[in-house]
Design a protein around this ligand. Sequence first.
Ligand SMILES: Cc1cc2nc3c(=O)[nH]c(=O)nc-3n(C[C@H](O)[C@H](O)[C@H](O)COP(=O)(O)OP(=O)(O)OC[C@H]3O[C@@H](n4cnc5c(N)ncnc54)[C@H](O)[C@@H]3O)c2cc1C
Length: 510
Amino acid sequence: MHDVIVVGAGHNGLVAACYLARAGRDVLVLEALDRPGGGSRTEERIPGYRFDMHSVAHNMINMTSIPAELDLAGAGLHYQEMDPFSIAVHADGRRVRFHRSVEATIDSIAEVSRDDAVAYREFIAAAIPIVETILPAIRGQVGLRELPSRLRSLVRALRREPLSTMRDLLGPYDTLLRRRLPSDLTRGPVAAFAAHAAAGPSLPGGAMFAFWQAAYHLFGQWHPRGGAQALADALLLRLESLGGAVRCSAPVERIEARGGRITGVVLEGGERLAAKTVVTAMDPKLALLRLLEPPLAGRDGADLAAARRGNVVQALIHVATDRLPPYPQSRPGDWNGLQSYVDSLDELTAAWTAAEAGRLPDPLPLYAFTTSALDDSLAPPGHHTVYLACPAAPATVEGGWAGSSDRFVDAALETVESRAPGFRASIQGLATWTPQDMEIVERWPGGHPMHLDIALDQLGPLRPTRRLGGHRTPVAGLYVSGAGTAPAGGILGTPGRLAAKAVLDDWTGR
Ligand SMILES: Cc1cc2nc3c(=O)[nH]c(=O)nc-3n(C[C@H](O)[C@H](O)[C@H](O)COP(=O)(O)OP(=O)(O)OC[C@H]3O[C@@H](n4cnc5c(N)ncnc54)[C@H](O)[C@@H]3O)c2cc1C
């Protein structure tokens, strides 16, 4: 019998397993797919071209000490900075380059509009102390030790206009950006980046996701050499070096409990593995309401069942090309980060409403990553990987995804072609990856990569619910991790590290 079974070898499951193995526990990770990684996978979707299947920009995990503590560099993980982290490719030919350096960004905005440049400087100055206040929670530093510095950041955030800042924070980012930035020159791309974090423009309390723009200036935006898979591969190597193991093609069908205590798991096919401790690192609703037997009941079960998952997710097209998208007036570095094709905030807000109602947005908000521009290991010499993503795609769409895919591809390619004439002619092959594919392959109900909606009442210690926010469950020996648990989704690792800490604290009676 293993000390701990972890269900799911996404990056959070692997992080949890590494910390448990580092503490001397015998850990086995069970993974449904034939390889680890979950939302941190890279695959050769078109012969010769390796595409990230989901995450590209690993920003949050690089704000934590996890990569250093687990010595992931020593396990082969090499992050390359994406600087500029974003460029706004407006349809009318205007460009704004968002560099790690605030000053360089302001210079870029000022080339087009002095007013927007001044407003952006003030916006980032207001956003920095807000990001610094949130940061310890993102890092999982929730002790009293961090309290003084958090309070100092909070005072700095509220110092100048306390009531206006509080109002801003409680509101949606649509309103925030209209108040703080004078035009769509910067509103559109800042909103596109906030949307990329899976938060809608009209969401109350969503302002924080636009303020998060400052985090990219503070910490940069990073892509693993070799693709997002390199993070999962390094975690796997580290886990093995610590004595743990991952078993792939091992989907868990049931998590069994008897008398309020965990007894083990049963794989599809019937194999039973006994365990006194199980950490689920997958969608928490699926884990505790469907796989767990008996399922979580009472107030805990009702709270979890009520946790929201909306209809707005992401849809992707992986495009192999023989050149980078040929933007007129381009400069070196334009393909390093996220290339935003969102011209206006109105467009994004309308798209979110359409997607929530099950319609494909028109116009289609879109962004691109061209990872091969930074990493020549991903495509044949002189060729490129163009990753096109719609951040406001309906999980369930009128007519179904099979009937909507062609329309989605046409609209996306037209959007790029109109800003990069000649793009269509450069295409060597393409492959779509729809929310429906993600639901089936990734086991993400509703194609939701964050497992649950990102919203103020479903973040931090409230994620997935207040009573499960400490990663413990009412079933002795059962713990939850993954993007749907505290503190947040995305490539972060903190949900894995905190779940491991809960297990080890309980073990040692702390
Ligand atoms: C298009 C797109 C772009 C994104 N871009 C970014 C980005 O740039 N930056 C960022 O930070 N985030 C991004 N994300 C989000 C990010 O990919 C996810 O939030 C993150 O990967 C979740 O990690 P996880 O380890 O918690 O869970 P997952 O990655 O979902 O891993 C869970 C694992 O559990 C396995 N599993 C599920 N059920 C079972 C079972 N019954 N038995 C055994 N195994 C099981 C799954 O196969 C999977 O491997 C993006 C997502 C999408 C869709």
